[in-house]
Write a protein that binds this ligand. Sequence first.
Ligand SMILES: [Zn+2]
Ligand SMILES: [Zn+2]
Length: 264
Amino acid sequence: MRSILFLGTGGARFVVARQIRASGGMWLRLGATQLHVDPGPGALVRALSHIPPCNPRELDAILLSHKHLDHSGDVNVMIEAMTSGGFRKRGVLCAPQDALSGEFVVLPYAQRFPERIEVLRPSAGPYRIGEVDLFTSLAHQHAVETYGLHFRHGDMRISYLPCGRYFDELAEDYARAAPDVLVVNVLRFADGMDVDHLTWEDAQSLVERVRPKVVVFQHFGTKMLERDPSRLAVDLEDRLGLRVIAADDGLELDLDTEVAAVVA
Ligand SMILES: [Zn+2]
Ligand SMILES: [Zn+2]
């Protein structure tokens, strides 16, 4: 059984501050391995209130793609939950260096609780977590140290493309990873302010170059939500002939079923 549960699909300060969409990150179940990626504000509450609840004490790892608050707000409390308040040293924390030192977001006391800390570097790996091999992407162009995450579990490849500006090498990196399932953060519909985020147009051309079997969009800002991501997904699916999904809060995606449906 391989799945991704979306504990939150909102992005950017405004959507997160008002919780127009939740910001709990993604909970991956890959065989016997459970991973929590980007535990933003509300992650613990969303995990525990899901039916059936996600159990942080069963987590094998907590991963940060980068330290911005919409990705890391609950990282300390999630580490405490994973380690039974720090009393059971267990699990892995994967994060870029700048999340751990300097203007850190993972508090020094909480850094002592996981069994292991993997400092993420560009284009590195495999980092072994349970049954999963994790590789990082090249460095994203974003205000802080940011890496995409390429997961391999058996014959399944899953890539997560977090926030950052579009550039050609970015698409090449994800194309090389050849993901079956690609999760892409699309914060903006169009770019009025030249910020370090993908627009909907960037996201489409990226997907066209990577050509995963299944693509899932999430981490929507206000303007994306106004355009109705599920309608945009249908349009893109028609145009590219790929399976395209716009995630909603609480969506649980059975990856084997989704990929099998495309191949069949
Ligand atoms: Zn973000
Ligand atoms: Zn960010």
